[in-house]
Design a binder for this molecule. Structure first.
Ligand SMILES: N[C@@H](CCC[C@H](N)C(=O)O)C(=O)O
Length: 262
């Protein structure tokens, strides 16, 4: 078959987008999705997203997210922001959206090049002696370090991702973080399902912002995150239960489109 695709990126986290409202692609076709994401034999991406019709009449669309390994996974923050830009290109939405993803309903807005995505409330943060763990739609292990550029992300990240601690939960993403100003953190992420460092991770930087606030590394509820692929920001409200009104903002851009025979 000939498949039309669109390539988007959000701070260097890149995705193949498919308008799957006619259900051309089966979500169980792990081999095809893995092939499309392959950087040598396919299009190349950190993940693939199907834009589908939602069962919820209040939604504009539904997001179905797959990691580069071809498996459907938990929420992708940068992917969600890119999907909103794609829905705008398709004419499904104008400057605001509501959609359902695997972790529930999300709202989003577009202002110029910046796409902001409302993430789920976070109620549970596990603070340990040398790391913090929380789930912002995807699971994130967070390590604060003195010099993030010296870390061997693939070696150290995969050791934690495959450790006994996370086995029962199908592993975790791992974020290495350095404070560079009172409200600014440099973040490098090892991503589960890509099994390598990606240039940026949206649910990852969201987790870092909340973890930094919770552990008093910042007292700002608007945190700037610098990733190898660009800058993001996360704002939130602290509540009795945890964090609400969590918004992830940054650029989301069209890269190229094409047709692939598969
Ligand atoms: N790149 C993503 C995270 C995608 C999900 C992750 N790889 C996982 O399987 O948990 C983001 O921007 O949030």
């Amino acid at each position: 078959m000939k498949l039309k695709f669109y390539k988007y990126q959000g701070t260097g986290n890149d995705f193949v987008m498919i308008d799957n409202r006619d259900k051309e692609v089966s979500k169980n076709d792990t081999k095809l999705i893995n092939h499309l994401c392959d950087r040598k034999f396919g299009i190349g991406a950190d993940g693939l997203i199907l834009l589908e019709n939602s069962e919820d009449p209040e939604d504009d669309f539904k997001m179905v997210y797959f990691n580069a390994d071809g498996n459907e996974s938990s929420m992708c923050g940068n992917g969600g922001r890119c999907l909103v830009a794609f829905a705008n290109f398709l004419g499904i939405i104008k400057d605001s959206a509501r959609f359902t993803a695997i972790d529930g309903v999300h709202k989003a807005s577009i202002e110029g090049d910046v796409v902001s995505l409302k993430m789920q409330n976070v109620e549970s943060i596990s603070e340990n002696e040398d790391f913090i763990f929380l789930d912002t739609g995807s699971p994130h292990h967070i390590l604060f370090t003195e010099n993030v550029n010296k870390v061997d992300i693939k070696k150290e990240g995969s050791a934690i991702r495959y450790s006994e601690r996370y086995k029962a939960n199908n592993g975790t993403n791992v974020n290495f973080v350095e404070a560079i100003a009172k409200d600014t953190f440099s973040v490098r992420t090892y991503e589960r399902g890509v099994e390598d460092e990606t240039l940026s991770c949206g649910t990852g930087v969201t987790a870092v912002a909340l973890a930094a606030f919770k552990s008093s590394k910042t007292n700002s509820n608007k945190v700037k995150l610098v990733t190898p692929g660009g800058k993001l920001s996360v704002s939130f409200k602290e509540t009795e239960k945890g964090f609400s009104d969590v918004w992830l903002s940054g650029p989301a851009e069209f890269v190229f489109k094409g047709e692939i025979v598969c």
